[in-house]
Ligand binder design. Sequence first.
Ligand code: PEP
Length: 250
Amino acid sequence: MRKNIVAGNWKMNKDLAETKTLISELKGNVITSDAEVMIAPTFTNLLTASESLKDSEIEVIAQNMHFAENGAYTGEISATMLKSIGVKTVIIGHSERREYFNEDDVLLKQKVDSGLENKMRVIFCFGEKLEDRKNGDQFTIVENQIRKALFHLPEESWESIVLAYEPVWAIGTGETASPEQAQQMHHFIRRLISDRYNFDVADSISILYGGSVKPENAKEIFSNPDVDGGLIGGAALNAESFMAIVNAFS
Ligand code: PEP
Protein backbone atom coordinates (compact mmCIF):
# COMPACT_ATOMS: atom_id res chain seq x y z
CA MET A 1 0.00 0.00 0.00
CA ARG A 2 1.28 3.45 -0.80
CA LYS A 3 2.41 5.77 1.96
CA ASN A 4 1.55 9.34 2.70
CA ILE A 5 4.70 11.44 2.91
CA VAL A 6 5.41 15.05 3.83
CA ALA A 7 8.98 16.15 3.12
CA GLY A 8 10.43 19.56 3.89
CA ASN A 9 13.10 20.86 1.52
CA TRP A 10 15.09 23.48 3.37
CA LYS A 11 17.12 24.40 0.27
CA MET A 12 20.10 26.72 1.03
CA ASN A 13 18.60 27.95 4.29
CA LYS A 14 19.46 27.53 7.98
CA ASP A 15 23.02 27.52 9.29
CA LEU A 16 24.06 25.10 12.03
CA ALA A 17 22.60 27.04 14.95
CA GLU A 18 19.36 27.67 13.06
CA THR A 19 19.17 24.01 12.08
CA LYS A 20 19.45 22.96 15.73
CA THR A 21 16.75 25.44 16.72
CA LEU A 22 14.31 24.35 14.02
CA ILE A 23 14.88 20.69 14.84
CA SER A 24 14.21 21.23 18.53
CA GLU A 25 11.02 23.11 17.62
CA LEU A 26 9.96 20.26 15.34
CA LYS A 27 10.61 17.76 18.12
CA GLY A 28 8.37 19.80 20.40
CA ASN A 29 5.39 19.05 18.14
CA VAL A 30 3.26 15.95 18.20
CA ILE A 31 2.79 14.14 14.92
CA THR A 32 -0.81 13.05 14.79
CA SER A 33 -0.69 12.15 11.14
CA ASP A 34 -0.10 8.79 9.47
CA ALA A 35 2.31 10.46 7.04
CA GLU A 36 6.02 9.73 6.97
CA VAL A 37 7.81 12.95 7.80
CA MET A 38 11.15 13.99 6.30
CA ILE A 39 13.36 17.05 6.34
CA ALA A 40 16.17 17.92 3.94
CA PRO A 41 18.67 20.33 5.52
CA THR A 42 21.82 21.45 3.71
CA PHE A 43 24.77 19.05 3.38
CA THR A 44 26.78 20.69 6.16
CA ASN A 45 23.98 20.10 8.66
CA LEU A 46 22.90 16.59 7.69
CA LEU A 47 24.99 14.81 10.30
CA THR A 48 23.86 17.02 13.17
CA ALA A 49 20.27 16.69 11.99
CA SER A 50 20.45 12.89 11.67
CA GLU A 51 22.00 12.55 15.11
CA SER A 52 19.48 14.75 16.82
CA LEU A 53 16.55 13.02 15.11
CA LYS A 54 17.90 9.46 15.47
CA ASP A 55 15.12 8.28 17.78
CA SER A 56 12.36 10.40 16.31
CA GLU A 57 9.75 9.79 13.63
CA ILE A 58 11.36 12.41 11.38
CA GLU A 59 13.76 11.13 8.72
CA VAL A 60 16.65 13.28 7.56
CA ILE A 61 17.12 13.23 3.80
CA ALA A 62 19.45 14.88 1.27
CA GLN A 63 18.57 17.54 -1.30
CA ASN A 64 20.91 16.23 -3.98
CA MET A 65 23.90 14.00 -4.68
CA HIS A 66 26.37 13.14 -7.43
CA PHE A 67 26.04 9.96 -9.48
CA ALA A 68 29.64 8.79 -8.97
CA GLU A 69 30.79 6.85 -5.91
CA ASN A 70 33.86 9.04 -5.45
CA GLY A 71 36.57 10.75 -7.50
CA ALA A 72 37.55 14.06 -9.01
CA TYR A 73 34.24 15.90 -8.70
CA THR A 74 35.10 18.96 -6.64
CA GLY A 75 32.28 20.10 -4.41
CA GLU A 76 30.13 17.02 -4.88
CA ILE A 77 28.76 14.40 -2.47
CA SER A 78 28.03 10.74 -3.24
CA ALA A 79 25.42 8.22 -2.18
CA THR A 80 27.97 6.28 -0.13
CA MET A 81 28.90 9.46 1.76
CA LEU A 82 25.27 10.11 2.53
CA LYS A 83 24.73 6.55 3.67
CA SER A 84 27.81 6.74 5.91
CA ILE A 85 26.02 9.35 8.01
CA GLY A 86 22.71 7.50 8.04
CA VAL A 87 20.94 9.31 5.18
CA LYS A 88 18.88 6.84 3.18
CA THR A 89 16.70 9.06 1.01
CA VAL A 90 17.66 11.68 -1.56
CA ILE A 91 15.77 14.25 -3.61
CA ILE A 92 16.76 14.15 -7.28
CA GLY A 93 15.74 16.42 -10.12
CA HIS A 94 14.41 19.40 -8.19
CA SER A 95 13.51 22.17 -10.67
CA GLU A 96 16.14 24.44 -9.12
CA ARG A 97 18.80 21.83 -9.90
CA ARG A 98 17.45 21.53 -13.45
CA GLU A 99 17.26 25.30 -13.94
CA TYR A 100 20.34 26.70 -12.16
CA PHE A 101 22.71 23.74 -12.43
CA ASN A 102 21.70 22.52 -15.89
CA GLU A 103 20.75 19.05 -14.67
CA ASP A 104 19.18 17.27 -17.63
CA ASP A 105 17.34 13.99 -18.08
CA VAL A 106 20.53 12.07 -18.91
CA LEU A 107 22.30 13.23 -15.76
CA LEU A 108 19.22 12.68 -13.61
CA LYS A 109 18.90 9.12 -14.88
CA GLN A 110 22.50 8.48 -13.73
CA LYS A 111 21.73 9.95 -10.32
CA VAL A 112 18.61 7.82 -9.97
CA ASP A 113 20.61 4.71 -10.88
CA SER A 114 23.32 5.54 -8.37
CA GLY A 115 20.78 6.11 -5.61
CA LEU A 116 19.07 2.80 -6.31
CA GLU A 117 22.35 0.86 -6.64
CA ASN A 118 23.19 2.18 -3.20
CA LYS A 119 19.81 1.02 -1.86
CA MET A 120 18.62 4.54 -1.24
CA ARG A 121 15.10 5.82 -1.66
CA VAL A 122 14.81 8.43 -4.40
CA ILE A 123 12.31 11.28 -4.39
CA PHE A 124 12.24 12.18 -8.08
CA CYS A 125 10.97 15.68 -8.92
CA PHE A 126 9.60 16.90 -12.21
CA GLY A 127 7.07 19.42 -13.48
CA GLU A 128 6.26 21.82 -16.26
CA LYS A 129 7.12 25.52 -16.55
CA LEU A 130 4.49 28.22 -16.88
CA GLU A 131 4.88 28.54 -20.66
CA ASP A 132 4.42 24.77 -21.02
CA ARG A 133 1.13 24.95 -19.16
CA LYS A 134 0.03 28.00 -21.14
CA ASN A 135 0.73 26.03 -24.32
CA GLY A 136 -1.14 23.01 -23.00
CA ASP A 137 2.09 20.94 -23.04
CA GLN A 138 2.18 20.00 -19.36
CA PHE A 139 1.30 16.33 -19.86
CA THR A 140 3.88 15.82 -22.63
CA ILE A 141 6.60 17.54 -20.59
CA VAL A 142 5.89 15.50 -17.48
CA GLU A 143 5.62 12.27 -19.43
CA ASN A 144 9.03 12.88 -21.05
CA GLN A 145 10.70 13.76 -17.76
CA ILE A 146 9.46 10.55 -16.14
CA ARG A 147 10.05 8.38 -19.19
CA LYS A 148 13.64 9.53 -19.72
CA ALA A 149 14.82 9.23 -16.12
CA LEU A 150 12.79 6.31 -14.81
CA PHE A 151 11.25 4.05 -17.44
CA HIS A 152 14.42 2.01 -17.93
CA LEU A 153 14.05 0.74 -14.35
CA PRO A 154 12.91 -2.79 -13.63
CA GLU A 155 9.61 -3.14 -11.83
CA GLU A 156 11.17 -3.99 -8.46
CA SER A 157 13.11 -0.69 -8.37
CA TRP A 158 9.85 1.23 -8.10
CA GLU A 159 9.58 0.20 -4.43
CA SER A 160 12.36 2.72 -3.78
CA ILE A 161 10.93 5.57 -5.87
CA VAL A 162 8.72 8.40 -4.67
CA LEU A 163 7.48 10.88 -7.28
CA ALA A 164 7.09 14.61 -6.66
CA TYR A 165 5.08 16.60 -9.17
CA GLU A 166 6.17 20.20 -8.81
CA PRO A 167 4.84 22.62 -11.42
CA VAL A 168 7.67 25.15 -11.68
CA TRP A 169 5.23 28.06 -11.81
CA ALA A 170 3.96 27.12 -8.34
CA ILE A 171 7.32 26.78 -6.56
CA GLY A 172 8.04 29.61 -4.18
CA THR A 173 5.58 31.85 -6.02
CA GLY A 174 2.65 31.66 -3.63
CA GLU A 175 0.64 30.32 -6.56
CA THR A 176 -0.61 26.78 -6.02
CA ALA A 177 -1.98 24.35 -8.55
CA SER A 178 -5.67 23.99 -7.88
CA PRO A 179 -6.67 20.70 -6.23
CA GLU A 180 -8.23 19.75 -9.59
CA GLN A 181 -5.02 20.51 -11.53
CA ALA A 182 -2.98 18.48 -9.03
CA GLN A 183 -5.38 15.53 -9.10
CA GLN A 184 -5.57 15.57 -12.89
CA MET A 185 -1.77 15.43 -13.24
CA HIS A 186 -1.29 12.84 -10.51
CA HIS A 187 -3.94 10.64 -12.09
CA PHE A 188 -2.23 11.04 -15.46
CA ILE A 189 1.12 9.99 -13.92
CA ARG A 190 -0.39 6.95 -12.26
CA ARG A 191 -1.95 5.87 -15.56
CA LEU A 192 1.37 6.38 -17.33
CA ILE A 193 3.08 4.06 -14.87
CA SER A 194 0.28 1.55 -15.09
CA ASP A 195 0.62 1.49 -18.90
CA ARG A 196 4.42 1.05 -18.76
CA TYR A 197 4.44 -1.42 -15.85
CA ASN A 198 1.15 -2.53 -14.32
CA PHE A 199 -1.66 -1.47 -12.01
CA ASP A 200 0.09 -2.67 -8.84
CA VAL A 201 3.23 -0.60 -9.43
CA ALA A 202 1.12 2.45 -10.25
CA ASP A 203 -1.15 1.94 -7.27
CA SER A 204 1.67 1.56 -4.78
CA ILE A 205 3.79 4.54 -5.82
CA SER A 206 3.53 7.65 -3.63
CA ILE A 207 3.06 10.80 -5.71
CA LEU A 208 3.69 14.03 -3.81
CA TYR A 209 2.62 17.49 -4.85
CA GLY A 210 4.97 20.45 -4.41
CA GLY A 211 4.38 24.13 -5.03
CA SER A 212 3.39 26.66 -2.37
CA VAL A 213 1.72 24.15 -0.05
CA LYS A 214 0.75 25.93 3.16
CA PRO A 215 -1.25 25.04 6.28
CA GLU A 216 -4.26 26.77 4.68
CA ASN A 217 -4.34 24.67 1.50
CA ALA A 218 -2.67 21.39 2.55
CA LYS A 219 -5.83 19.53 3.57
CA GLU A 220 -7.62 20.31 0.33
CA ILE A 221 -4.65 19.31 -1.84
CA PHE A 222 -3.94 16.13 0.14
CA SER A 223 -7.58 15.05 0.04
CA ASN A 224 -7.30 14.21 -3.67
CA PRO A 225 -7.24 10.45 -4.25
CA ASP A 226 -4.00 10.48 -6.24
CA VAL A 227 -2.10 12.97 -4.06
CA ASP A 228 -0.10 11.14 -1.40
CA GLY A 229 1.56 14.06 0.31
CA GLY A 230 3.75 17.02 -0.35
CA LEU A 231 7.24 18.34 -0.92
CA ILE A 232 7.29 21.57 1.01
CA GLY A 233 9.73 24.46 0.53
CA GLY A 234 9.06 27.80 2.23
CA ALA A 235 6.53 26.51 4.75
CA ALA A 236 9.00 23.85 5.95
CA LEU A 237 11.28 26.53 7.39
CA ASN A 238 8.89 27.17 10.24
CA ALA A 239 8.09 24.36 12.69
CA GLU A 240 4.50 25.41 13.28
CA SER A 241 3.54 25.67 9.62
CA PHE A 242 5.41 22.49 8.65
CA MET A 243 3.76 20.49 11.42
CA ALA A 244 0.36 21.90 10.50
CA ILE A 245 0.94 20.58 6.97
CA VAL A 246 2.14 17.20 8.29
CA ASN A 247 -0.91 16.92 10.50
CA ALA A 248 -3.24 17.84 7.66
CA PHE A 249 -3.39 14.08 7.06
CA SER A 250 -4.95 13.28 10.43
C1 PEP B 1 9.97 23.16 -3.45
O1 PEP B 1 10.96 23.86 -3.59
O2 PEP B 1 10.07 21.93 -3.61
C2 PEP B 1 8.72 23.80 -3.09
C3 PEP B 1 7.62 23.13 -3.26
O3 PEP B 1 8.81 25.08 -2.63
P1 PEP B 1 7.58 25.98 -2.07
O4 PEP B 1 6.78 25.11 -1.13
O5 PEP B 1 8.24 27.12 -1.36
O6 PEP B 1 6.79 26.39 -3.25
